[in-house]
Ligand binder design. Structure first.
Ligand code: AOF
Ligand code: ZN
Length: 362
């Protein structure tokens, strides 16, 4: 590891630790080094609060003068909720700026580097770039598309089943895997399921981890069949948003709204169009969504090319039975050449379970 990589790694570690609390803003870390000593460390904590570089500059004070600043994302150039960091870096007398990756935000995109270079500062871009890009996969998509980054999650047996033919499903994956899912929930701004999942399982869809943030519970329910005594309606543990069609039951909508549930009516009469849901969520600044089933919801999102990432937990168990549901239903593709392939795959063992991660190529 070079010196640059060492300090950038430190900045990346601090940035990553804030996963789940900065969105829709990016994870950003910064380290200032002067005379071979770390004189300032800063991490972005929350959207609307100072950027990482500002925290680091404040800590360094006069010691920033003549130093090198490491930033995991290009310093900003815009007057947003906080001032342009590139100008603050120039004003502090920093000599060198080491950046992991450029900011994909169209209002910054290279302009931060331009300000720094115009001030005669030495700028290096691309240290641990791949890691930095991956860390902000959610932000990178959202800031250019204004659509949420969607992760499809399922916990299945080795034969892809999410329950037995009698719909018994407690439990398929281990407790340790289920804890990992709670972590995943807290890292997403929204969690989306279909109405059948609510009717069958009555899930709370909350994150049971220490300091776990509960995502907004998003339910696709074309006819407003959601039971008034469902946990997601009565428990007040997090917001619940129900997306329905023009075919909805008027009285039920009023009852739900009186219970504090938000109801969104989408176009069309039959089923809720996932494209419309995704656009609406983007408009409401929901930058990340965890899809938690069931199989028809997964299929409709995948067929519409809306799934950005798949996280699949495989338990070393076999159920069998053609009536036993799988995590991906719908009609399915006709030919192998149409199959959705996943790339950049990774597998991790959690106890005896396997956690598989991959990114669909469309
Ligand atoms: C952050 N934290 O540490 C850095 C960011 O809404 P604002 O004014 O805070 O601006 C957000 C934009 O600033 C964000 O989209 C990104 O392009 C840039 N850099 N943002 O929240 C930070 N360095
Ligand atoms: Zn900034």
């Amino acid at each position: 590891m070079t010196n640059h990589e060492f300090y950038m790694d430190l900045a990346l570690q601090n940035a990553r630790a804030m996963k789940g609390q900065t969105d829709p803003n990016p994870l950003v870390g910064s380290v200032i080094v002067n005379d071979n000593r770390v004189v300032g460390i800063g991490t972005h904590l929350r959207a609307g609060e100072p950027h990482a570089e500002i925290h680091a500059l404040r800590m360094a004070g006069d010691k920033a003068h003549g130093g090198t600043i490491y930033v995991t994302l290009e310093p900003c150039s815009h007057h947003g909720r906080t001032g342009p960091c590139a100008e603050a870096i120039v004003a502090a007398g920093i000599k060198k700026v080491v950046i992991a990756t450029l900011d994909p935000n169209p209002i910054v995109a290279g302009n931060g580097v331009k300000i720094l270079k115009q001030a005669g500062i030495d700028v290096i871009v691309g240290i641990l770039e791949k890691v930095a890009i991956q860390m902000n996969e959610v932000f990178n998509k959202f800031i250019v598309s204004k659509k949420p980054f969607i992760t499809m999650k399922a916990g299945t047996t080795l034969d892809g089943k999410v329950a037995t033919r009698t719909f018994n499903s407690k439990w398929i994956t281990s407790e340790q895997s289920r804890l990992d899912v709670h972590q995943l929930r807290s890292e997403n701004m929204g969690i989306l399921v279909g109405i059948n999942t609510v009717i069958k399982d009555d899930p709370a869809l909350t994150s049971r981890t220490p300091n776990g943030r509960n995502p907004i519970r998003i339910i696709l329910d074309s006819k407003l069949r959601i039971p008034m005594d469902a946990q997601v309606v009565i428990d007040k543990a997090a917001e619940t948003w129900v997306f329905t069609t023009e075919n909805y039951d008027r009285e039920k909508r009023k009852a739900l709204e009186d219970a504090g549930i938000s109801v969104f009516v989408t176009e069309g009469a039959e089923s809720v169009d996932p494209n419309e849901v995704v656009s609406l969520l983007g408009e409401k600044s929901v930058s990340s969504v965890l899809l938690e089933g069931g199989g028809n919801i997964h299929a409709s999102f995948l067929e519409n090319r809306l799934v950005d990432k798949a996280v699949l937990y495989f338990a070393p168990k076999l159920i069998g039975g053609k009536e036993a549901p799988t995590f991906l239903e719908g009609t399915g593709f006709e030919l192998m050449k149409d199959a959705v392939e996943l790339t950049d795959t990774d597998i991790e063992k959690i106890g005896d379970d396997f956690k598989f991660v991959g990114y669909p190529i469309y």
